[in-house]
Design a protein around this ligand. Structure first.
Ligand code: AP5
Ligand code: MG
Length: 214
């Protein structure tokens, strides 16, 4: 099964993708994570992407489509969760081709519908484990033991440089202008399933499970 998790910054794409990886053995393909890895490694792609990401704008279609192309085969036979990709009509078309070339196709586009004002609070409270990447939140999801990652026991945590209010506003505007308009492309194909992303993490997870198992 291949699915897209579609929603604005902070909608819960990464949170739900990590759970699907743990519970179903699917493979998370997050262009945001791939770009952050490229920035950390100082690759040519990372050097180009850093300033664009820090400003909250979109990296070029060519760069992100190439990244997905490089990582797609790792999900063969396991199922892909596209997280943060596609984000433009051009990327949606590139994904169609990449999948078709491999005899694969999309099963569902799961739209996480959320209230924009709540997203600023979600994003500015977010932090992750520096060792394994598990995601947390200052209010909604603290580690069970203070200062210790639930998954790997790590004691170092980090915050993203683009998780400040001003950049979040730009990321939301980019979503509205360039990403939300790809919904009709998938609606025409009958692939869109809408989930209430304002519900709790567990309720959102249950709603996604019923779509995947339905
Ligand atoms: P990317 O990394 O994709 O970031 P994003 O889309 O802005 O989304 P986020 O990761 O911020 O949110 P999320 O939906 O994953 O939420 P999360 O689960 O963490 O992209 C970053 C940048 O890279 C872009 O701005 C762009 O520059 C570039 N880029 C990436 N892909 C690109 C592409 N395809 N094309 C061009 N450029 C690209 O949840 C957020 C917080 O809320 C967490 O703390 C979580 O614990 C909490 N939370 C989650 N669900 C709930 C819930 N139901 N209730 C309460 N709290 C919740
Ligand atoms: Mg994410």
């Amino acid at each position: 099964m291949n699915i897209i998790l579609l929603g604005p910054p902070g909608a819960g794409k990464g949170t739900q993708a990590q759970r699907l990886v743990a519970q179903r053995g699917m493979v998370q393909l997050s262009t945001g994570d791939m770009l952050r890895a490229a920035v950390a490694a100082g690759t040519p792609v990372g050097l180009k992407a850093k300033a664009v990401m820090d400003a909250g704008e979109l990296v070029s279609d060519a760069i992100v489509s190439a990244l997905i192309g490089e990582h797609l085969d790792a999900s063969a036979g396991k199922g892909a969760i596209f997280d943060g990709f596609p984000r433009t009509r051009h990327q949606a078309e590139a994904l169609e081709i990449l999948l078709a070339e491999r005899g694969r196709s999309l099963d569902h586009v799961i739209e996480l519908a959320v209230d924009e004002e709540a997203l600023v609070e979600r994003i500015t409270g977010r932090f992750t484990c520096a060792s394994c990447g598990a995601g947390y939140h200052d209010v909604f999801k603290l580690p069970k033991a203070e200062g210790r990652c639930d998954v790997c026991g790590g004691q170092d945590f980090k915050r993203r440089p683009d998780d400040n209010e001003q950049t979040v506003r730009t990321r939301l505007a980019e979503y509205r202008a360039k990403t939300a308009p790809i919904l009709p492309f998938y609606e025409e194909k009958g692939l869109v399933r809408r989930v209430d992303g304002m519900a709790s993490v567990e309720q959102v997870a249950d709603a996604i499970d019923s779509i995947l198992d339905g």
